[in-house]
Design a protein around this ligand. Sequence first.
Ligand SMILES: NC(=O)c1ccc[n+]([C@@H]2O[C@H](COP(=O)([O-])OP(=O)(O)OC[C@H]3O[C@@H](n4cnc5c(N)ncnc54)[C@H](O)[C@@H]3O)[C@@H](O)[C@H]2O)c1
Length: 259
Amino acid sequence: MSLMNGKRGLIVGIANDHSYAYAIAESLMREEAECLFTHLPGDRMKRRCEKAVKQLGLDDPWLESMDAGSDNDLDRVFNRVREDFGSIDFLVHSIAFADKDWLRQGAFTGTPRDVFTQALDISAYTYMAMANRAVPLMPNGGSMISMSYYGAEKAVPGYNVMGVAKSALESATRYLAAELGERNIRVNSISGGPLRTMSALAVGGFGEILDWVERKAPLKRNVTGKDVGDTATYLLSDLSSGVTGQVIHVDCGYSSIGL
Ligand SMILES: NC(=O)c1ccc[n+]([C@@H]2O[C@H](COP(=O)([O-])OP(=O)(O)OC[C@H]3O[C@@H](n4cnc5c(N)ncnc54)[C@H](O)[C@@H]3O)[C@@H](O)[C@H]2O)c1
């Protein structure tokens, strides 16, 4: 039997077929998961997401508009999941945002308060906000993941305020895991290597990061979406039943190297 047979979950973060969330959905669906999706508000965002989901083989997907920065949107989407399905088994949080003007070398110290607040809100707080709404939908337990990056642990030039937000996301992962474990809800994050997505291109010097990782990582290559998608499926399946509160590096080993 497939790993995700009989499991249903919500995937937040497919912008197009380059998104990490797309690769995660592809892997989950290969293992027979039932996937529900959200897209950022707006016709263009809806069309892009619909096109990607269609490529996954779903002609009539469950797809809702949601700005994770809006409590009303979060309530509406999770209420609709409850009305339509009653429960879910997994949640994928694969979203982040920071004003790209502040994601370039030399632009960290001057980060304005509103840029900082928005980056932390969308990229970290929303994991808690979604977890809080997912808990009542997981009466028999469940598993959730978010996407982090090495810039949470080390200063990566240009990653700047997003690095601070990812540190908060990784910390939130541990606090959520500590609180939700007694409900048999597991909470983890994947620290993914650099992948050429729409968001990644907003980080100044991203091409150099890709080149550097390819030269230095033990596997001598960059990650693929499938590398991350398959680890996500492991974390969201019963194979990882004893794993919670962890940040798992899927980065071709880059984070294990000192020089
Ligand atoms: N691409 C990389 O190199 C890389 C590496 C490690 C971690 N990550 C993380 O992976 C996750 C997915 O990013 P990606 O690289 O696939 O890029 P992407 O641009 O394909 O996806 C980012 C998603 O965030 C969504 N989003 C932004 N603001 C939102 C909001 N207010 N409400 C709801 N959704 C919102 C966008 O709609 C988009 O779907 C992010 O957390 C990112 O930081 C990316």
